[in-house]
Design a protein around this ligand. Sequence first.
Ligand SMILES: [Zn+2]
Ligand SMILES: [Zn+2]
Length: 176
Amino acid sequence: MLFAHDTEMSLTAAVVLANSAEEPDTLTTVAELDTFFADFRYAGRHDRTTAELEEVRALRPRLRTLLTSERDDAVELVNTLLAEARALPQLARHDGWDWHLHAIDPDSPLHERIAVETAMAMVDVIRSDEMSRLGLCAADDCEGIVLDLSRNRSRKFCSTTCGNRTAVAAYRARQA
Ligand SMILES: [Zn+2]
Ligand SMILES: [Zn+2]
């Protein structure tokens, strides 16, 4: 494992969330937000309202900027996010998760918690100088973010769809 489990989980969730804004948008309903919440085993407040959905949707461009920034720019964004939320790191153990960091109250709105959790995860990425683990999808016409946590840095595509699409295109090019 490259980072602590909560860091990897937060990064993965942030990338999925940021990428959901790519066409076609895959976070347009409260039900889709529910699925995201369950997939990443979030705990804490979850309003299941359109207002909550809109706040989470509105966070996506900011996450994208953070995840695709140069290291020094990312530092500025992380510090801003943590200061805005008055983050207070505390270790917690609950619901089958071993000790991990919480830096914001579980009763805070979901979008604020996601913002702070992503910022805390980026603290690890920046400190260990691993920004190269984040990049853009290698497929043509895809701006999806790729998070490569693999040992041999083998991940190039944001999704298996993009990987397959590229393989098919390369095959066709060889046949032509
Ligand atoms: Zn927790
Ligand atoms: Zn892609």
